[in-house]
Ligand binder design. Sequence first.
Ligand code: FAD
Length: 542
Amino acid sequence: MTDQHAANGRQKVSPGAQPRIVIIGAGPTGLGAAYRLKELGYTNFEVFEAQGFVGGLSHSFTDPVGFTWDIGGHVMFSHYSYYDRVFDELMGEDFTLNDRESWVRIANRWVPYPFQNNIRYLPPEMAHECIQGLIRAQTGRGEIKSHHDARNFGEFIDAVFGEGLAKHFMRPYNFKVWAYPPEMMNKHWIGERVAVIDYERALKNLILGKDDYGWGPNNRFKFPRKGGTGEFYRRFGPVLGLTQDGRETPGSHIRLNKKCVSIDVDARTVHFADGTHTKYDMLVSTTPLDILCNKMLTGGVPAHVREESSKLLHSGGHMVGIGIRRRCPSTKSWMYFPEENCPFYRVTYLSNYSPFMTPADNTKGDASFYSLLCETSCSPRKPVDAARIIEETITGLENAGLLEPGERNDIVSTWHYYADYSYPTPSVDRDDILSRVIPWLEDRGIYSRGRFGMWKYEVANTDHTLMQGVELVNRLVLGEPETTIGVVYRITEDGRQAAVHERSAKAGSGEKRLVEVKPETHHVGDLQAGEIGEEEAGVGGD
Ligand SMILES: Cc1cc2nc3c(=O)[nH]c(=O)nc-3n(C[C@H](O)[C@H](O)[C@H](O)COP(=O)(O)OP(=O)(O)OC[C@H]3O[C@@H](n4cnc5c(N)ncnc54)[C@H](O)[C@@H]3O)c2cc1C
């Protein structure tokens, strides 16, 4: 059914042939794959989605009061012209353009992001500790002399940022985000350019009292005008045969409420919770890789595939939305919270992204509602009491100075969503695991892609994941190499096809580089954009 391209190890569907492609999951990855197949005139494919709606983690919900919520603050910074084109095609003019205005809450004050460039906002002793540590680290006088010597993310933080920044911001903040100690994470996901921090700039800003914000005209992001982040993904539905309000039609490529429960790797058959089944020639799975290998695959599956994939780490996330009947007091976009006086690591003024995120039409100038979206991570290393998270979030908002005294009386809506799989942890052994499990699956026609399908946080934002789906189709149908996931396909000496992990210049998979790639010519996508991954770690540049 497929040609093996001996020269480069790519697969390509024979001209005229249409093997059956089954896609598990209608999140951005599955939708991207399906959209591209449709665009190429490919007809023999179906998407099966467990939920009654599309979008996955990028879906949005409108609560009974009329507030719209995303599953955590979703900001779109595209690295790809293809992604931008699809956005334009589906959204037209239906979006807002927002300045990225992000801040860190620490020592009872707001410090503009990037933190290390605005140390002057800190109390003098803390500022001194931070700048002294940064200079020591960047001049090779820290405890760990160089980031090259760091064995994990924790040591990387110490080597790059120095003691003060590590103690006051990087370590506590990253534990709150990842819910694992940084020593359990690898150092590669963060990208190499973060390793060199301009300490002279940090020092100059401190002494001259200069502001150094990370926002401005080059840092604007688009957001759907109505319906939240999920509106963009909802609009893939009608292209793929769903009705405008998301219902199936007889000719739909998407099947909703179809939860895949098992996959027979030998018979190439997918079984669903409703007792039905379907055959595939190629399977695209966007379900979490550990669940796929341990709970879904049946047939001849070696023990090492199950064991290794079960070692992948992830965190869950409690998303709490607080809707308030007041005029919004701030122009901020989102804020980071390293301290222990609140459970959340990040809060977004979601109502600032579009006036249509609240019940009243805020465009009329009588903006009487605003909304805060608060994210708290959890893991076995960082348990969270789900029954108390709303109350603890409200108290945390008061402690952090976001809610004024008495303002809790104006809360008119609370919304809680728990994402069991929220952040794929770039653990120390992640890339070793992927380098063995992904090729085994691909030898059997199973392509695991997406935020938790590929488990690579560094390429797990919406633009990356949608493009993981698109690039996989380009590989399977057109024989083009995938670039985003940092995996290169080659023919081994004995003639088999193998997927080997490449360390991409930008995505930093941490694997040995088998094909020489010049950093200046190889990007995750074809566009340069803000590095959300680094930003979420609180360390991005400007
Ligand atoms: C807290 C948080 C903040 C984020 N912030 C940003 C941001 O600021 N910017 C950004 O660009 N991205 C952000 N993202 C990432 C974004 O949500 C993901 O990139 C994207 O949703 C991943 O798409 P996916 O298709 O790979 O997976 P998912 O979105 O998880 O979709 C997978 C789909 O597969 C379905 N599925 C799973 N198992 C089965 C099964 N057995 N049978 C049938 N269907 C199944 C699921 O129901 C789901 O619909 C954030 C994510 C989180 C959690």
